[in-house]
Ligand binder design. Structure first.
Ligand SMILES: [Zn+2]
Length: 393
């Protein structure tokens, strides 16, 4: 609240001071920032830190900082990319140079990659589904390479998109690109463990890829000393065993001529009874459908995965950036029909149509991380603090 002039109040509680020499640097909600108006009549506010008396623009460290182009145009370009239009397509629709689009994508991906871990933590879910999506499927479809040849090529090439999702809230816990190896399985499981609340383990569902077993055992294991069989001799060596509450099941799909022929289930850790208990409201059947659904969504929304793309974004890096945009967009901006919530009272619409029955709900809302649908502009404008915050000083 400024003391002079017209009374006005600007919420600065999501910003932090960037000055390395400032005592309050990097802490959010300490009340050290004051809005200072719009310098030179520009569209962005200047914020003043009362601790170090330095000022900075509210767009600092976001995509919009120092850009001449209009905010609406930049948001539209990123929205096109998030909706799955390729770089060149986006450039044509928005009448921007393709290289500018690529530049903005690269600049947008950096803060968005920090945004996801900032908001996704201590997530409580009952199930986690892990899957690898085949990034080169379009080439197979068009008959350029045979399926066997493509798989052989892909086993080595870093062309797999790894996804971890909670099938209940549709929240994407982790998304990454890499080869189909144990190292990658470890990396993805590690990312999932970072996001989840540490006190319990959900039910993990994967396909038949065997490296998941090692990766899960690494993260959810402990040393167990087996009991002595006979009194004399040395004590038996401790063994690394899965935690007793760990539940892990594999859903193995047999696909012939791109059609699902059979689905078999295998409980790896835990008992079938315990797994069935978690799955009771959903059933095994719907679970295989979820996997198919993520694959489709990613193909539709990430141009580099879905179809043949321009040379600009063929590299692993370009894909990683598009996935970073998609990760935030899907979790925070896109309402999902499956997780919508009924309104307590139907709201009449302005036109002559029937009353509104449902409240749109994003995966992040369904998972209890936020209480509203974020606009892409809000996500892009969000300044991620340099370290995790805690309550109270
Ligand atoms: Zn400061």
């Amino acid at each position: 609240m400024p003391t002079r002039g017209r009374r006005r109040q600007v919420d600065t509680s999501t910003h932090c001071c960037p000055n390395p020499a400032c005592a309050d640097r990097g802490w959010v909600g300490w009340g050290n920032l004051r809005a200072n108006g719009h310098p030179h009549g520009g569209s962005w506010r200047q914020l003043l830190c009362v601790a170090c008396h330095r000022s900075f623009l509210e767009t600092l460290s976001t995509l919009f900082h120092g850009k001449r182009a209009s905010v609406e145009l930049i948001v539209r370009v990123i929205a096109c990319l998030a909706e799955g239009l390729g770089l060149r397509g986006t450039a044509r629709v928005c009448e921007v140079d393709p290289n500018t689009v690529l530049q903005w994508l690269v600049e947008a991906a950096e803060p968005l990659r920090a945004f996801s871990p900032h908001v996704l933590h201590d997530v409580r879910v009952r199930q986690v589904q892990l899957d690898e999506v085949f990034a080169l499927l379009s080439a197979v479809k068009e008959g350029e390479v045979s399926e066997a040849e493509a798989i052989e090529r892909l086993e080595r090439a870093p062309q797999w998109v790894w996804v971890a999702m909670d099938p209940e809230s549709k929240l994407l816990l982790a998304i990454d690109v890499g080869s189909r190896t144990l190292a990658m399985a470890q990396r993805v499981v590690h990312q999932v463990v970072q996001v989840l609340a540490p006190d319990r383990a959900p039910l993990f569902l994967t396909d038949g890829f065997r490296e998941y077993l090692t990766a899960l055992l690494t993260h959810y294991g402990h040393w167990v000393r087996p009991p002595r069989r006979q009194a004399p001799g040395p004590a038996p060596k401790p063994r690394w065993m899965p935690l007793p509450h760990l539940l892990y099941a594999q859903v193995v799909k047999t696909v012939r001529r791109r059609r699902l022929v059979a689905v078999t289930h295998r409980v790896v850790f835990g008992t079938l009874e315990a797994v069935n208990q978690v799955l009771a409201p959903f059933g095994w059947q719907s679970n295989t459908a979820f996997v198919e659904r993520i694959n489709l969504t990613i193909r539709q929304h990430v141009a580099a995965v879905g179809r043949r793309v321009s040379t600009l974004c063929k590299g692993e890096d370009g894909m990683r950036q598009q996935l970073a945009v998609f990760h935030c967009y899907d979790n925070f901006c896109l309402p999902h029909a499956r997780v919508r919530q009924p309104l307590p009272q139907p709201e009449p619409t302005h036109g002559g149509g029937s009353a509104k029955q449902w409240r749109p709900c994003t995966p992040a809302m369904a998972a209890g991380l936020t209480d509203r649908v974020w606009s892409l502009k809000e996500v892009l404008l969000f300044r991620v603090p340099p370290w995790p915050q805690y309550r109270g000083r």
